[in-house]
Design a binder for this molecule. Structure first.
Ligand code: BTN
Length: 324
């Protein structure tokens, strides 16, 4: 886990506007020599930031950045909240905190070992997207887990649709999609034992403004919020909206269960009524997607019969993309 030192933090906040800043201007601001500014630029580049320098003009970022504002996050979301510049995975950092208060959250500007579902990597370049993990404890163990993972997807999709405009949909169980492209994903992990209260880490990754270099590492069709809504996105405000909605929705889920979210999930389902293929390593099933039920089962209609399918390591694809 790393935090930028205050001088580098200040340098980066100057560069965040995407304009040129001369070494002289930056040096004066921080009372540092131009040589030490240049050394600090090299440190920022090591975080993966695309900073270039032009003689006579100074330094600039390839594109503007919306940095996470720790004071505003804490003011709007309260504590415990931890913001790091660089972590391996926010899920692991939160796990290491042990049992904390419901809704406690770890955010990072970048992850060096971001994890996705089913063993995938999660590409997590500095300052580009949203990466955070939220803690929640459930009394009832494994059975409720499937429901919680569906509710997390509904909460994130609703938060984005309400604040930026309707557009985001869900792919079972909780991938965030827009027009057949992945916008974000949720990795739910259990800590502790199965009987009795279970500690849950809900890791959320949302693409905000994908840098070109990072896009080359993503192995599936992707999109980001900047493209969908055609506007610059304030990442701090987005984090506040999404985390507040998650906390509200998980509180409602703890009181009322999944039933309170089934209609929302089915409305947001990007494959409802469409032919899909459900796969695990051994087998695959084809059918028409009929959404979810209040116990979290996915309904798959085939040959006039509806089967109920429960979580696990299944992946869903549209029938067209799986066969085409
Ligand atoms: C998926 O495969 O769809 C799930 C992606 C989850 C990524 C997020 S980013 C924050 C948290 N930390 C991780 O290492 N993974 C999750």
């Amino acid at each position: 886990m790393k935090k930028l030192d205050p001088a580098n933090q200040l340098l980066l906040s100057q560069l965040a506007d995407g304009r040129f800043h001369s070494g002289e201007e930056l040096g004066e601001m921080l009372s540092l020599s131009r040589a030490s500014i240049s050394k600090r630029m090299a440190e920022l580049r090591r975080l993966g930031l695309d900073i270039f320098s032009v003689k006579g003009k100074g330094y600039r970022l390839a594109s503007p950045l919306s940095l996470l504002d720790e004071a505003k996050l804490k003011e709007s979301l309260g504590e415990p909240l931890w913001l790091w510049s660089e972590v391996g995975s926010t899920n692991d950092v939160l796990k290491a905190e042990g049992a904390v208060q419901n809704g406690a959250v770890v955010l990072a500007e970048c992850q060096t070992a971001g994890r996705g579902r089913r063993g995938h990597n999660w590409v997590s370049p500095f300052g580009a997207h949203l990466y955070f993990s939220l803690f929640w404890q459930l009394d009832s163990g494994h059975a409720a887990l499937q429901g919680l993972s569906l509710v997390a997807g509904v909460a994130v999709a609703n938060a984005i649709n309400d604040s930026l405009g309707d557009g985001v949909r869900l792919k079972w169980p909780n991938d965030l999609y827009h027009n057949g492209r992945k916008l974000g994903g949720i990795l739910v992990e259990l800590v502790g034992q199965a009987n009795g209260p279970v500690n849950i880490i809900i890791g959320v990754g949302l693409n905000v403004a994908m840098p070109m270099e990072a896009a080359r590492q993503v192995d599936q069709p992707w999109t980001d919020l900047q493209q969908i809504y055609n506007q610059p996105i304030d990442r701090t405000q987005l984090a506040v909206d999404v985390i507040s909605r998650l906390r509200q929705s998980l509180t409602l889920f703890s009181e009322k269960g999944l039933a309170a979210f089934v209609d929302d999930w089915n409305r947001l389902d990007c494959f409802w009524g469409q032919a899909v293929v459900l796969k695990n390593e051994q087998s695959q099933q084809v059918g028409i997607c009929r959404g979810i039920e209040s116990d979290g089962a996915l309904l798959l209609e085939a040959g006039g019969k509806v089967s109920r399918i429960y979580g696990g390591e299944l992946s869903m694809r549209s029938y067209d993309s799986a066969t085409g």
